[in-house]
Design a protein around this ligand. Sequence first.
Ligand code: GTP
Ligand code: SPV
Ligand code: MN
Length: 613
Amino acid sequence: MADPTIKNTALSQWIDEIRAHCEPDCVYVCDGSDEEYDRLCASLVAAGTFIRLDEAKRPNSYLCRSDPGDVARLEHRTFVCTSNRDDAGPTNNWADPTEMRSKLAQLFKGSMRGRTMYVVPFCMGEPGSDLAMIGVQITDSAYAVVSMKLMAHIGRHVVDTLADGDFVRCLHSVGAPLTPGDQDAPWPCNAEHKYIVSFQDDGSIASFGSGYGGNALLGKKCLALRTASLKAQREGWLAEHMLIMGVEDPDGKTTYVAAAFPSACGKTNFAMLLPPDGFEGWKVRTIGDDIAWIRPGADGKLRAINPETGFFGVAPGTNEKTNPNMMAAIQRDTIFTNCALTPDGDVWWEGLTETPPAGLVDWRGCNWRPDVGHPAAHPNARFTVSRDRCPSIDSMAADPKGVPISAFIFGGRLSHTFPLVFQANDWRQGVYWAATLGSEATAAAENQAATRRDPFAMLPFCGYNMADYFAHWLALERRLTDAPAIFRVNWFRCDKNGAFLWPGFRQNMRVLKWIVQRVESTGTGAETPIGIMPLHDNIDWSGLDFDRRTFEALMAIDLEEMATEIQSYGAMLDRFGPRLPSDFVTIHRTLLDALQRTPRDAAAARTASPRRH
Ligand code: GTP
Ligand code: SPV
Ligand code: MN
């Protein structure tokens, strides 16, 4: 039966269709209000899914424990469906759209029995802006609804403006139907079947069996990256796994940069960086910590928006030293997932304090002592909080025009071979350095090998053939009068004993300042075969005594090791076959030749002049 309050006929038909197929007890269309959020959170408390934290210690906040089998994105259960297999490319799990639709039809049949079916209209980007994308998530997870409220603009009003215009269909079920008399699980999910699917032929999204993060908050990785990246390729823009930040110098001039690091490699920390002692007058402001939509403007400059309104950040390792801005943001109004619970009703995770408080209950709900042999919080424990709570949020964060991007920064978690920072010689080489980005294992996704290539930090998120994505990036340069400079950074280089050589976190400001200076044509560096690198004297060390020898170890390039490294990318590039842009092969060979021609110990020998546009 159509809901007369829904003006969009395509939507009311879709709701009817899904209701008939999934057989929920009832249908509820979300208005997105605070009152609704409070009501749904209270129902989650009543269901045993949420624990309300102590009102004095953590006002209006909740702890949620997921099922131990549902703790992260599932890359091997994520599928990109295209009619032609090659359009998904060798880095995506491809599935035939017709077969997948029939498989999912069976799984979704009756999957919402005994549950409420929530209809969540949402908008990624500012409502009313040309750049925004509207989706409707149908879900049987109230956790997904309240999380979406923090991460996006949600509510009926989003689709009211749409009349009969189109929206992205995002269907989600935890896949745990109830029969009368069943006791519900605190975190319902499906142990046997999990599917996170992008149908690129009609742009729809379907997710079954998981309630966690990017598997369930469908506006995030599914819509804003997999779906949007394909739309962006067709329309000439970019949807990227990038943070966006503004760096204000003591004269009040702000330079905006976007940075891509693979999952759990430091985007959130970097996006909220608090400049260290010695950098008085410098300010970093946050636009986003995970996703950037970037378009060339009429002026030939790239402008970026963060399509999200909140943060879904990694908890372990977050503390007053590593991220004071986030610590302030999560003081209240936050949903914590898979963190440990303290006896006084607050949350804790590894790295929050040096010693864990006594009497913790771990993320599985068991009493925990330091000697139990596993961490108290899950390594991919997260918090969900609105950007409005973040003290470093930029005044441009909700501006639909976006911010002008002057530099792209790419960084993985690499314990060896790669220096702290270098600047690619030009756009083409920068695209190559981004495409060959690699990272050692993190906890954000299951099943990771020790090191994997993660081109542009987009490996799990690029919704089409990655070779076409490289071509799209290369082609973009011609449309820009002022192409951003491209940098690689690596906070994670280690010494022989496996200890980090670089203090990281706030100290990353020193690297950021060099990057900003390079962009502003005031920074100096040395030419090397892989690009331009700062010498010890080119970095501002005010407030930190960082000795030249450690810096040199951090910046050293072993020419043979680097050549071997670059040779090893050949296999990755070969996977794309003839679809790989021929330019790529040229850039690869030129770089290898340059390395092989460089006499040993000549790296970092010559001083580069400041970059001029
Ligand atoms: P997703 O939300 O998964 O996309 O990841 P993210 O890139 O936002 O990850 P996040 O910022 O939450 O990364 C957290 C991890 O990076 C933690 O293990 C931090 O300790 C580590 N990290 C962040 N910055 C630094 C740094 O400067 N140095 C070192 N050594 N570790 C860092
Ligand atoms: C990531 O894994 O890159 C995340 C977390 O940002 S999730 O939203 O679960 O994808
Ligand atoms: Mn991410």
